[in-house]
Write a protein that binds this ligand. Structure first.
Ligand code: ATP
Length: 586
């Protein structure tokens, strides 16, 4: 926990230092009146007690308590400032870090889990740290100061009291181990419940249609039940060890009292020293006992902090330099790539896409087409070979700069729960209204937007659920048109669209690809018959390469795929509109 806390403190060292200094001052003002109490006791038991001195001590104690009140008020403000500064810094650091993690690593992690670290774990830290930091710091500082007083008064009795601390520490370490073990299960159960609940809400349509709502949706039921059991165990299992640690501290006080009485009878201890130990010794462990009450919850905070720190330590993509390619050719040179070590999905891939030309990737399902487009956008980094844009290796460029050069139009369109207008403007946030309208016009968005009561200001709903698949596609094309990136990566829709939508989308795509370097993952071979180059992939390797005529003459895999599509689809390939017209120049 200490390591994690220091890692967090490094994000705002000055704020933490100031807050800790104030906390120390606060503890000092709590402990110093105790010192005057000792002086009063000594004075009372002196042969000739001086009332003037006694009143002076009382006066100083009153003044110290008044100052302590003002320090407390300042302390609360500073400690809140520190808590919220640290939690904000953690959120910002997580946001920045997530941006620098490769898209691939991102995709491989459970999005619910990532969201829970950023939202739930930071909130846990904020809540628990905010409520316990005062007790934590106070327990350490106040115990140190009061121990000093007691050691000066009678070191033998003080050592008996302090000897309880290592024993209590061992018990706390045992409870520590149990909390970590049980706390991890608790966090897993909590995440599982979140994921099942999300699944339940997202799949509600199918769940209802199969009559599995409510208790019959057993996955969610089980997750809720496991979460309940884990929550109870998290509280119950480490509890007895923490309570025993408290008991050890109490027992050390009783032991000290017995010893003190023995010393008194033997004439080895003065009455004022005994009274001092009875009053101050009893209060020595008060702050620590308060901390023990917070202990389980502090350990729980540390599990959250652990997950935050682990995420912040996930390796990020090499950041690259500010390099501008001279043109927008794309060159693959002996590229090898595996999502999982040893399982290559691309093997020795080399090809070149000249600027402002169109290259189609075709091949059986799983042959590596989408992977090639992901590598160009630097969602992942290749393991061997290189990919260059305009002669610059993408791995030497900053990931954001690579993304700025590329527009993607994928099958799965993600729309924000906002207006159509704002969803298009997402392509270029500084675009003016005319540019947005122009893109909407060219992408045939206006054809359906004008029929809506709010036009482009109509909200699309969560993930665009108020719109049809074809409408969402057209918005995503408008977005890409607005971005106006020189390279277009296009993953053609496999899902069948109604004929009207399909024609509109193909017209919108024709607008988008004009004068751009285009790589299209083609599922309908008719749409790419005028592509300048067709790359036929099979099992992660390039099997054939050439234009439509050359590949048809070759009578190889492309020819076979072509035949299959014509026969199985029952449609004539010539009826489809190609993205590039025959007269498009390279
Ligand atoms: N994120 C991923 N993690 C692990 N393996 C993956 C991942 N994405 C794809 N693969 C695997 O990589 C191989 C190539 O997948 P890819 O999606 O590139 O093929 P594709 O040719 O585009 O297929 P399709 O035409 O079905 O979309 C497949 O075996 C696939 O299972």
């Amino acid at each position: 926990m200490i390591k994690n806390l220091f890692y967090t403190f490094r994000t705002a060292p000055v704020t933490v230092r100031n807050s800790m200094l104030l906390e120390l001052l606060h503890s000092l003002f709590i402990a110093v009146p105790t010192g005057f109490l000792l002086l009063i006791i000594h004075e009372l038991f002196s042969p000739t007690p001086d009332p003037g001195k006694l009143w002076m001590y009382v006066g100083i104690m009153v003044a110290l308590i008044a100052v302590q009140f003002f320090v407390s008020v300042k302390n609360i403000v500073h400690s809140n400032n520190m808590t919220y500064t640290l939690s904000t810094n953690l959120r910002v650091a997580l946001g920045n870090h997530l941006q620098r993690i490769s898209m691939g690593t991102f995709k491989q992690r459970d999005p619910g889990e990532l969201a829970s670290v950023v939202l739930q774990d930071v909130a846990n830290f904020e809540l628990i740290f905010g409520h316990t930091i005062g007790n934590m710091a106070g327990a350490v500082f106040a115990t140190l100061i009061v121990s000093g007083f007691l050691l000066v008064t009678d070191w033998r009795l003080a050592l008996v009291l302090l000897a309880a601390l290592p024993l209590a520490w061992v018990l706390i370490r045992i409870s520590d181990y149990l909390v970590v073990k049980q706390g991890l299960k608790h966090v897993q159960a909590r995440n599982e419940t979140g994921a099942r609940f999300l699944e339940y809400v997202q799949g509600i349509r199918h769940i209802k249609s199969f009559g599995m709502t409510g208790e019959r949706f057993s996955g969610l039921q089980k997750a809720l039940d496991d979460f309940r059991k884990a929550s109870i165990k998290t509280e119950a299992i480490p509890g007895p060890f923490v309570l025993t640690a408290g008991l050890v501290l109490e027992l050390s006080f009783l032991l000290m009292v017995s010893l003190a009485l023995t010393y008194l009878v033997a004439g080895n201890l003065s009455v004022p020293a005994l009274i001092t130990f009875l009053i101050v010794g009893y209060r020595l462990f008060e702050p620590i006992k308060m901390l023990l009450v917070d202990y389980v919850i502090l350990r729980y905070m540390n599990i959250s902090l652990d997950r935050i720190v682990t995420l912040l330590r996930t390796p990020v993509q090499a950041s690259g330099r500010e390099l501008q390619p001279v043109n927008f050719d794309i060159a693959f040179q002996n590229v090898g790539f595996a999502y999982h070590r040893g399982q290559h999905v691309l093997k020795d891939i080399s090809f070149r896409v000249p600027e402002k030309s169109m290259t189609a990737l075709v091949g059986p399902s799983g042959s590596g087409k989408t992977t090639i487009t992901s590598l160009i956008a630097r969602f992942w980094d290749v393991q061997s070979g290189s990919i260059a844009i305009g002669g610059v290796n993408v791995q030497d460029m900053r990931p954001d700069d690579v993304c700025a050069l590329v527009s993607e139009v994928f099958q799965e369109v993600y729309l924000f729960d906002d207006t159509i207008y704002n969803n298009i403007r997402f392509g270029r946030p500084d675009a003016g209204e005319n540019d947005v309208l122009d893109a909407a016009e060219k992408a045939r968005v206006m054809d359906f937007a004008w029929e809506m009561p709010d036009g482009l200001n109509a909200r699309v709903g969560e993930g665009g659920n108020q719109l049809s698949g074809g409408q969402k596609q057209r918005i995503s094309i408008a977005r890409a048109l607005l971005k106006n990136a020189p390279i277009i990566l296009l993953d053609e829709a496999t899902a069948s669209l109604d004929p009207e939508n399909e024609i509109y989308i193909q017209q919108a795509i024709q607008e988008l690809v004009k004068d751009k370097t285009v790589i299209v993952v083609a599922h309908k071979l008719a749409t790419i018959r005028h592509a300048h180059q067709i790359i036929v992939l099979n099992d992660g390797r390039i099997e054939e390469q050439g234009d439509h005529e050359a590949l048809m003459q070759k009578q190889g895999l492309y020819h076979r795929l072509h035949q299959i599509q014509q026969q199985s689809g029952g449609w004539r390939i010539e009826h489809k509109t190609p993205y590039f017209q025959a007269d498009s120049a390279v």
